[in-house]
Ligand binder design. Structure first.
Ligand SMILES: NC(=O)c1ccc[n+]([C@@H]2O[C@H](COP(=O)([O-])OP(=O)(O)OC[C@H]3O[C@@H](n4cnc5c(N)ncnc54)[C@H](OP(=O)(O)O)[C@@H]3O)[C@@H](O)[C@H]2O)c1
Length: 265
């Protein structure tokens, strides 16, 4: 990839930054399609976000950036326009910088998760789901599961109050949807989703007791690294079908590209 004075620049902001996958997804696409553009990592801490974004607004060759932990909520408040999904979530995971410097954000995490399931041959409509977690990813997934027509959603979280708050917010947007706070216990669910960060390191406690998993249950994780989390490994051993975290990002890739006005084919 030859970078010249005409190259359009895209970024990804995160803290920490070392693990992000955006550049390794977008740069081969730019190269394959002959697009004169490059995506680079910007290591921005939470305390520097406002100053960094003020600088980004002033750079005409910077066309947009992906947003990941811990900036999704902070970046939402710094956008000039936000799409429906980002507004509902009060968090964005992508920002396009318009020619006049206006920042247009949205959030495709939830749509990515659903598209990932479908791409893997799993139709969420009508499923009985237990979701572990009530943070940013869980919130996006809860709304997307409601949109996708799952039959019932139970939310279990380490801090119960956060699960209660997420169930209440989900009910507010989807009044007819059956959502409740549940326990992190495997039973007769069709699908269990780990949307916590438990599993990022090998020493993390399991977010639920895998010994009670039944082979009929599909177990999904949002964690991408390691790809095979301890939970997924144990679920596989117990005969469950598993769904990897990378599907969520891979499947929202074209949505992110479209938001950034990058032609994907
Ligand atoms: N695959 C993808 O495309 C994708 C997209 C977005 C995010 N993710 C991943 O999703 C994960 C969560 O991200 P997030 O933005 O939702 O983070 P977050 O907003 O900080 O939420 C973290 C959630 O995990 C729970 N948690 C943290 N440590 C735990 C532990 N040791 N045991 C049990 N629960 C624990 C928290 O519970 P409390 O409420 O009790 O603190 C909270 O529910 C991260 O690993 C992130 O990389 C993946």
């Amino acid at each position: 990839m030859a970078i010249s004075g005409k190259t359009a620049v895209y970024g990804i902001i995160a803290d920490p930054i070392g693990h992000v996958r955006g550049p390794s997804l977008f740069n081969p696409l730019f190269e394959r399609l002959g697009i004169d553009a490059a995506m680079v990592p910007f290591h921005v801490t939470a305390t520097s976000l406002q100053r960094a974004v003020a600088g980004f607004r002033a750079i005409d060759s910077l066309k947009g950036w992906l947003v990941t932990v811990p900036h999704k909520v902070g970046m939402f408040h710094l956008c000039d326009v936000v799409g429906i999904s980002g507004t509902r979530l009060q968090a964005v995971n992508v920002v396009r910088r318009e020619a006049d410097g206006r920042l247009v954000g949205d959030n495709y995490d939830g749509q990515g998760f659903i598209a990932g399931l479908r791409h893997d041959g799993i139709e969420p409509k009508g499923l009985d789901v237990l979701m572990l977690g009530a943070g940013g990813a869980a919130r996006a997934i809860a709304f997307a599961l409601a949109d996708a027509g799952v039959r019932r959603l139970a939310i279990a979280n380490r801090t119960r109050a956060n699960a209660e708050a997420l169930a209440a917010t989900t009910r507010k947007f989807f009044p007819a949807f059956q959502v409740e706070v549940g326990a992190a216990v495997a039973g007769d669910q069709d699908l269990i989703v780990n949307a916590t960060s438990a599993g990022l390191t090998p020493d993390d406690a399991l977010p639920l007791d895998a010994a009670s998993l039944k082979p009929r249950t599909i177990v999904a994780d949002v964690i991408m690294n390691p790809e095979m989390t301890r939970l997924l490994g144990l679920a596989k051993e117990r005969g469950c079908r598993i769904h990897l975290g990378r599907h969520m990002l891979d499947s929202q890739f074209s949505l992110l590209a479209r938001h950034l006005s990058v032609p994907v084919s």
